[in-house]
Structures are given as structure tokens and as C-alpha cells.
Design a protein around this ligand. Structure first.
Ligand code: ADP
Length: 304
């Protein structure tokens, strides 16, 4: 697992991280989400051992990143903001160089090369000079170098930045497929990306963790919306009288029918359904409201 405990970092008088903590369990895909300048890259550089924190501790698979950096780096694949790619080298020569740096044994090289290039869909470009590759293909090559040694942990900084929409879809699908083999942490400032790829999101704003949330739990809200065909005097009172109801807010639906937003301490939609039947209300719609990552994030960002 990845254990990040209270890491802090300042650049001069800019406090980039103010005590960030989170854990990532084996097999999870976690998105580190935040606006530009929130501290995501700084956190990732510290987690991968490329930057020393002023305070705090990072352990990867029980190893202290500062004290056991080489052992940690053998376990991680890292795609940085700007992975150095050597333009004059061919794809194959570049991956060969990475394999040497990673001390991949010679007999394993062809197998690893083949797994990585097929994994990222670069098999037809092996002899092409890196200089001739599009931005999307270079990003794939960045991923290929990150997975060449079959790392247990993949850490990706803004993996789709600068790609066109088709390439973004492809890289997202690729990251998801890599999760079968590795635990993945990736940073992004794009809500939809995090929503599409990850199990859990750690939201970082202004150098602080503002939320650590499983996406599957995010959508479960105890709010419900009821839309009726006509106005009726007793609706608000009856809804307020239901067990578990905390607040009833009358409003109008977009198509101008009487509507109520009902907040509960538990899921109260079944009770609303029962009372609506008992009172014979003409129900146009009854739904349990969902919280999108966007609404959740906006709420955090405006209260930050
Ligand atoms: P993010 O990746 O979320 O965009 P960063 O970690 O890159 O955020 O930056 C966090 C803050 O630290 C920003 O205010 C940024 O300007 C500042 N910062 C990042 N790197 C440096 C640096 N090398 N020197 C000075 N300030 C930096």
C-alpha cells in the first residue's frame, strides 16, 4: 500500500503542501484531483522520492521513500509531467535504455518490451524516432517506460494533459486496464477524467486534502425530489411529519410543477412513496437525488 502521512512542502514563502495524508490500498485506482496550483505535482514528486518533503512520511509497500529510495523506485512506475524522452532515439532504443536503467535482466527484455508496447499500442512504432511521434504517441511511450518493469505501483502525473479527445479516451482506457496489474495513483484537474477512471478520489485544494471519497459512495444521497401534478395544502406538512425527514424545501420543477426537495437522515424515498399513495397525490416524479463529483467538488472549492 501507499501511505502518505502529513507531508508538507514550501517553495520559499509559497506553501505548496500543508500536511497531506492519505492511504492507497493494493489494487485501487485513486485520483488526486485539484485545480492547477493545488499541490498535486508536488505531492506526486514527494511520493515518488523526487522531492524531499519539509515534513512528513511516505511509505510504499512498507518501505520508507527517503531511506529506501532505490528499493521503492524498483516497485514504482512513474509518468512525470514531462518525462524526458530522447528525440533522436527510436522507440525500441529508448525502451532498451530504460530497461538498462531499471536493470531488467537481458533474457527478460524482449518479453517486457513486447508486453509494454502491446499494452500501450505502440507495437507498430518500434523503429520510429521519438522526434517523429505525435503528442499522443509520446504519452503512450511515457506510459510504456513506466510499466516496462511491471511495477506494483503506477504513479501518473496528469497523464492526459495536452492530448486530443480521442487520445484521451484511449489513454483512460489504457490506465483502467493497467489497474489489473498495479495499484494506481494519478493526478488530474479534470473532474470527468477522475470520474471515468478511478475508484476513489482525494481532493486537494490549496495544499490540503479537502475530501477523500469513494466514488461509489458519493452518488448515494439521502435527498429526494418529489414533483406533483397539482398544488395541495397538506404536502409540506405530511412530508415534514415523516420519520427521518430533516428538511422540506418547496420549489418548482423546470416545467413549472410543484416540487419538493426533501432531505433525510436516511434514504426516505420509500416513505415518501407510501405517503403519496395514502394521500392519493398525483405524482409526476419521485427520485433519490445523486451527488455528482462535480457538485461535490464545486461545493468544496467554494468553501475552501
Ligand atoms: P499542481 O500540480 O496541483 O498544479 P503544483 O504542485 O505544481 O500544483 O504547485 C503547487 C504550488 O507550488 C503552486 O503555487 C506553484 O506555483 C508552486 N510551485 C510548484 N513548483 C514550484 C517551484 N519549483 N518553485 C516555486 N514554486 C513552485
Amino acid at each position: 500500500m501507499i501511505h502518505v502521512q502529513n507531508i508538507a512542502k514550501s517553495y520559499g514563502n509559497i506553501q505548496a503542501l500543508r500536511g497531506v495524508s492519505f492511504d492507497i490500498q493494493p489494487g485501487e485506482i485513486v485520483g488526486l484531483l485539484g485545480p492547477n496550483g493545488a499541490g498535486k505535482s508536488t505531492a506526486i514528486k514527494i511520493i515518488t522520492g523526487f522531492l524531499h518533503p519539509d515534513e512528513g512520511l511516505v511509505e510504499i509497500d512498507g518501505l520508507n521513500v527517503l531511506r529506501e529510495l532505490r528499493a521503492v523506485q524498483a516497485k514504482i512506475g512513474y509518468l512525470s509531467e514531462n518525462t524526458p524522452l530522447y528525440p533522436e532515439l527510436s522507440v525500441q532504443a529508448y525502451l532498451r535504455m530504460i530497461a538498462d536503467l531499471r536493470s531488467i535482466p537481458e533474457p527478460d527484455f524482449i518479453r517486457r518490451l513486447s508486453d509494454a508496447v502491446y499494452g500501450v499500442g505502440l507495437q507498430d512504432y518500434l523503429t520510429r524516432p521519438i522526434a517523429s511521434l505525435s503528442k499522443g504517441l509520446r504519452q503512450r511511450l511515457g506510459l510504456a517506460q513506466a510499466i516496462l518493469h511491471k511495477p506494483q505501483f503506477l504513479i501518473l502525473d496528469e497523464p492526459t494533459v495536452g492530448l486530443d479527445p480521442t487520445q484521451i479516451v484511449e489513454i483512460r482506457a489504457l490506465i483502467k486496464s493497467l489497474a489489473q496489474e498495479s495499484t494506481i495513483l494519478f493526478s488530474s484537474h479534470i473532474l470527468s477524467e477522475v470520474e471515468a477512471i478511478c475508484d476513489r478520489v482525494v481532493i486537494i485544494i490549496n495544499g490540503e486534502v479537502k475530501a477523500d471519497q469513494r466514488l461509489s459512495e458519493l452518488s448515494r444521497s439521502n435527498d429526494a425530489t418529489l414533483v406533483l401534478q397539482n398544488d395541495s395544502d397538506d404536502v409540506e406538512r405530511s412530508l415534514n411529519a415523516l420519520a427521518g425527514v430533516e428538511r422540506v424545501q418547496p420549489l418548482r420543477s423546470l416545467d413549472d410543477y410543484p416540487a419538493y426537495r426533501i432531505s433525510g437522515s436516511v434514504d426516505i424515498t420509500p416513505r415518501i412513496y407510501t405517503v403519496a399513495r395514502e394521500r392519493d397525490w398525483a405524482v409526476r416524479e419521485l427520485r433519490r437525488d445523486t451527488v455528482t463529483l462535480e457538485s461535490f467538488f464545486n461545493q468544496l472549492a467554494t468553501t475552501a
